[in-house]
Design a protein around this ligand. Structure first.
Ligand code: MEV
Length: 322
């Protein structure tokens, strides 16, 4: 993912991600399963800038340019850049210009913030002539996720940094999992923003008001995630689909679904998807539907007719996954 040309320019990228099972409950110590989505990516390019100009972050898609020296401590990209400089052992601010672009829709559950941060960390470490191992990238990106999301589980930075499917439990290194038979997901963008910080905060307030009730839902979600791991290992597509539907029910109980998402989910199921659920923070953002060769086109069409802004097909379980 890195290319360095004559010490002058370094370009690094990071993929998007999608959570298959276990979002929200993963914040409370339950397991979750997520995969990278390679079709959408964030890119960071570092170039050497004129002496004395320091570090500049250019978020090209939104036309924002930030001088590191002038950036607030709470600026997530400035934070990740400072941490990466520290990690690289660079004390005095170098004269580097970081240009960031991304085709990952913002606030859609596809990990746009974590991917931009991951691309930035990779680009910086590589430009400094250092390795950029997944563990380091994940650790630094987590710090910026804290600013974006408040109390992140760490799953987004893990799946994006390791760029492989992960079985994830908060505070533990990500594990991989076996896929008995590759399967295809339609990822559909509702076009409605999914403010993860807000939905995670709402779940926290509800959990504080009714800890026993919410812990019980999280544990039922954990049962679904364990069942999904077995179904994925066994290549049992019918069971994977049924578990996606059960997980969606549980997410509705948590209060993170929405009528717009449910309309799209119903449309996907009616068109032949074996299962469908929201993915990520919820309320809006993306949903995933399990399709096969026969149903893929009909499900895609049904999702677009029901209002999806974009539908991506992604395979889980093949080389170059995502
Ligand atoms: C966001 O992609 C996934 C959530 O579970 C939050 C988190 O794990 O930090 C909703």
């Amino acid at each position: 993912m890195q290319a360095r040309i004559a010490q002058m320019m370094t370009t690094s990228t990071a993929s998007g991600k999608i959570i298959l099972f276990g979002e929200h409950a993963v914040v409370y110590g339950r397991p979750a399963i997520a995969v990278p989505v390679a079709q959408v990516r964030a890119t960071a390019t570092v170039t050497d800038a004129p002496p004395g100009s320091g570090c500049t972050i250019v978020a090209q898609d939104i036309g924002e340019e930030t001088r590191l020296a002038a950036a607030a401590a709470t600026h997530p990209l400035a934070l990740v850049l400072r941490l990466a400089l520290e990690e690289a052992g660079i004390g005095a601010e170098p004269d580097w210009r970081f240009v960031l672009t991304s085709d990952i829709p913002i606030a859609s559950g596809l990990g746009s913030g974590a991917a931009i941060s991951a691309a930035l960390v990779r680009a910086l470490l590589t430009h400094a002539g250092q390795p950029a191992p997944a563990e380091t990238v994940s650790r630094l990106v987590y710090r910026s996720e804290e600013l974006f999301h408040g109390t992140p589980s760490g799953i987004d930075n893990a799946v994006i940094a390791y760029e492989r499917p992960v079985w994830f439990v908060k505070g533990q290194p990500p594990e991989s999992f076996a896929v008995g038979q590759p399967f295809t997901l339609a990822i559909a963008d509702s076009g409605i923003p999914s403010p993860t910080k807000e939905s995670v905060g709402d779940v926290r307030r509800a959990w504080e008001a009714d800890p026993a009730g919410y812990e019980a839902i999280f544990s039922r979600i954990a049962d679904v995630v364990h069942g999904a791991r077995r179904a994925i290992r066994d290549g049992n597509l019918a069971a994977i689909g049924a578990l996606m539907n059960t997980n969606q029910q549980r997410l509705e109980e948590l209060g993170v679904s929405s009528p717009a998402l449910e309309k799209l989910i119903d449309a996907a199921r009616a068109a032949g998807a074996k299962g469908a659920k929201l993915s990520g923070g919820g309320r809006g953002g993306n949903l995933i539907a399990l399709v096969d060769e026969e149903s893929a086109e009909a499900v895609q069409t049904a999702l677009v007719n029901a209002g999806a802004k974009r539908v991506i097909l992604t395979q889980v379980g093949t080389a170059g996954i995502g």
